[in-house]
Design a binder for this molecule. Structure first.
Ligand code: SAH
Ligand code: TYD
Ligand code: ZN
Length: 405
């Protein structure tokens, strides 16, 4: 048995996805001899209820100069983060010398609005390519991993922050002890640490198992976040459900005693407890649903191939590495994956080596069926590709179960 990365308690494994590659490692065709694999499995801490990976991938293998995830690729996400920034400007950044820090600022999708408003800010972003792009948008960024030492350095140079924000990044960081110590050093006495990540309650409800991959180390609930915050001298003071990325929760954390917790916190924890969310029977049931989706998807794709139908995939997401490798997909069943990200195009998908082609391929070489790997952007993509369905094309979705629309 492995120990919980947060509290040292017993970690009980509940699903093994087997041998998996780095989810964002798109290799050049033929250049994958040294491809890295690890065992992707998830477990529950029976003490603090934190759900987490059983094995940790070294951070430099995932986040580096060539990290190919560019947040601004989705119009819906650009809007989401513009509104997030505006809300901070109106609520938390109203003092005489406001200062906002973002952990994992990527291509500047959120901080651009704060920069344009002339407010002092700093992004902390270890991946060089995305950090450079954010600089070209006028965003100030430190090209480093956020951890206690980075935070102490920033506090000494720039002073303490009113807001420390982080989206889809805190769940990527195994070493949260160092993060909370860093937040302690960097946050003003009445400041807030706000982060949003995929919500375990939604992953279980929709069986969105492809949220589980190397970069997603933790799967938070209000209860596990509250317990973790208290361990480091903080308190969970607000929670808000977000519709983006298939269902997330935004957690607001303040120093203990600094702010009055909103009733939403206790309500959400009560709801999680009532449904037995972070318990072994629930998570083992989730695992059974995952295996069913895997079997159904393989059966459907095999049947379509036998019928002579063509299938391509849409969106070379990190999530899709889990589905594709769990199902053992290959270019034989899914001829290509289209994606708008230049850094992924003309490369092959991790582990399964399906060619990644530009979005235009979808119009030039239109398949009979499109497997929607970017299902979290379904509304945006289906609107953009309306002519596909009008022309008789069909979408295959596998969340919450395998179905064709
Ligand atoms: N906030 C953006 C990006 C999420 S992708 C969004 O929501 O779309 C996760 C980002 O976290 C990557 O850009 C990665 O380089 C960065 N990251 C990973 N570990 C980090 C750390 N320790 N400190 C700061 N950023 C980190
Ligand atoms: P996303 O689901 O946001 O994240 P992750 O990689 O963490 O699972 O990734 C969306 C991918 O889909 C990204 O590579 C960009 C691509 N994409 C398109 O090709 N077309 C689109 O219209 C959208 C919205 C995304
Ligand atoms: Zn624990």
């Amino acid at each position: 048995m492995t120990a919980c990365r947060i509290c040292g308690g017993d970690l009980v494994e509940f699903y093994d996805f087997g041998r998996q590659p780095l989810s964002d490692a798109f290799h050049k065709p033929g250049q994958f001899q040294d491809e890295f694999f690890f065992r992707l499995a998830v477990g529950l801490c029976t003490d603090c209820t934190m759900v987490q990976l059983m094995e940790e991938v070294p951070r430099d293998k995932m986040f580096h100069e060539d990290y190919p995830y560019y947040s601004s690729g989705s119009a819906v996400m650009r809007k989401h983060f513009e509104l997030t920034a505006r809300r901070f400007i109106e609520t938390e950044l109203t003092g005489p010398a406001p200062f906002a820090v973002e952990i994992g600022s990527n291509d500047g999708i959120m901080l651009k609005t704060i920069a344009d408003a002339g407010i002092k800010h700093l992004g902390v972003e270890p991946s060089g390519g995305v950090a450079e792009l954010s600089r070209s948008k006028g965003v100030r960024v430190l090209n480093e991993f956020f951890q206690e030492s980075t935070a102490v350095e920033i506090a000494a140079t720039d002073g303490q922050a009113d807001v420390i924000f982080s989206a889809n990044t805190i769940c990527h960081i195994p070493y949260l002890d160092s993060i909370f110590k860093g937040v302690d050093a960097l946050l003003k006495p009445n400041g807030v640490f706000v982060f949003e990540d995929p919500y375990l309650g939604e992953i279980v409800r929709r069986t969105s198992f492809d949220q589980i991959y190397d970069e997603h180390y933790y799967f938070f609930t209000a209860r596990s976040v509250q317990s973790m915050a208290r361990r480091y001298g903080f308190e969970l003071v607000d929670v808000e459900r977000l519709p983006v990325h298939g269902g997330e929760t935004r957690y607001t954390i303040a120093r203990q005693g600094a702010r009055q917790p909103s009733p939403a916190v206790a309500e959400m924890i009560a709801e999680e407890n009532a449904r037995g969310l972070a318990t072994l029977p629930t998570l083992e049931g989730f695992g059974e649903n995952v295996t069913k989706i895997k079997d159904d998807l393989v059966a459907l794709l095999t049947k379509l191939k036998a019928e002579g139908k063509t299938v391509a995939a849409y969106g070379a997401t990190a999530k899709s590495a889990t589905v594709a490798n769990l199902c053992g997909l290959s270019a034989d069943l899914v001829s290509y994956v289209c994606d708008t990200t230049p850094q992924k195009q003309n490369r092959v998908s991790p582990g399964t080596h399906i060619p990644v082609r530009p979005a235009e391929a979808f119009h030039e070489d239109t398949p009979d069926y499109a497997l929607l790997f970017a299902w979290n952007h379904a509304e945006e993509i289906m609107a953009k590709e309306k002519q596909f369905r009008d022309g008789g094309g069909k979408w295959i979705l596998y969340v919450p179960e395998v179905h064709v629309v």
